[in-house]
Design a binder for this molecule. Structure first.
Ligand code: ADP
Ligand code: MG
Length: 251
């Protein structure tokens, strides 16, 4: 079996009487894109929040490369290699693309810089940032302020910020949101290639992209996993079609 980068075991979370996560389990293996889908209110964001660490589960565990991180802060998890992008942009708009990516590299390094001299830090962070910018096709835009980048370029810069920290696992919350067809195609192609470098847990509403990219899909509805498997099996699953895919009459 392929190595498990991330594992979620029996996560439960209730908001008052509303059960947003009901014994949710899934894993993310080396080399794969695992898509998390489900109708609005299914509990996708709540699950991502528990994995990233800003929502505390009522029960269950989160394991990163085999290590139990359930009680750790989001910053500690980032330092252990959990990379993520946010649905709402967190770029520092006045700063250059390179500076933004350097901040991403710093989030991974955290406090582990005690021994390094400032100039060494600067060089190491710059190298990590430039490599990540090149990876997402923004090498030529390194000195441009984030504010002057197009929407599609900003989404790729957000990805570069996460990649600059050399993550072991990547959580992406709607990376195609708000993109035109060209930007979406570009991002899809990028993610397709990236899976070989870092496994990706992908929350995305664009079903064409999901079915094209995912190695496996987990479907949530009302806080529960209602189906899990490769795209062909999910497409054919009666419960999924009834609660979700049926909504837009997809064959
Ligand atoms: P999704 O991301 O799949 O649309 P969410 O995880 O955002 O779903 O929400 C799952 C359910 O939990 C929804 O019914 C939502 O209203 C509820 N919920 C999410 N966060 C909170 C919160 N902080 N307080 C109360 N209810 C919440
Ligand atoms: Mg959501």
């Amino acid at each position: 079996m392929a190595e498990t980068a991330l594992r979620v075991e029996g996560l439960c979370k209730a908001f008052g009487g509303l059960v947003a996560s009901d014994r949710v389990s899934l894993d993310l293996r080396a080399g794969e894109i695992h898509a998390l889908i489900g109708p609005n209110g299914a509990g996708k964001s709540t699950l991502i929040g528990q994995i990233a660490g800003w929502i505390r589960p009522d029960a269950g565990r989160v394991l990163l490369a085999g290590r139990d991180v359930t009680r750790l802060s989001p910053a500690r998890r980032a330092r252990l290699g959990l990379g993520r992008t946010f649905q709402v942009s967190t770029l520092a708009l006045p700063l250059s693309a390179r500076r933004n990516a350097m901040i991403g590299a710093l989030a991974r390094a955290g406090g582990a810089w005690g021994f390094a001299r400032p100039l060494t830090r600067e060089r190491v962070l710059t190298e990590a940032a430039d490599a990540a910018l090149a990876r997402v096709g923004l090498a030529a835009r390194a000195d441009v302020p984030a504010a002057e980048l197009s929407h599609g370029e900003r989404r790729r810069l957000e990805l570069a910020c996460a990649l600059a920290g050399a993550p072991r696992a990547l959580l992406l919350d709607e990376p195609l949101a708000g993109m035109g067809p060209e930007g979406a195609a570009q991002m899809t192609e990028l993610l397709d290639a990236l899976r070989r470098e870092v496994p990706i847990l992908l929350v995305e509403h664009d079903m064409d992209a999901v079915f094209r990219l995912a190695d496996r899909i987990t479907v949530l509805a009302m806080g529960r996993v209602i189906a899990h498997g490769p795209p062909a099996a999910i497409r054919a699953d009666a419960a999924v079609r009834a609660t979700y895919l049926g909504q837009d009459d997809r064959p």
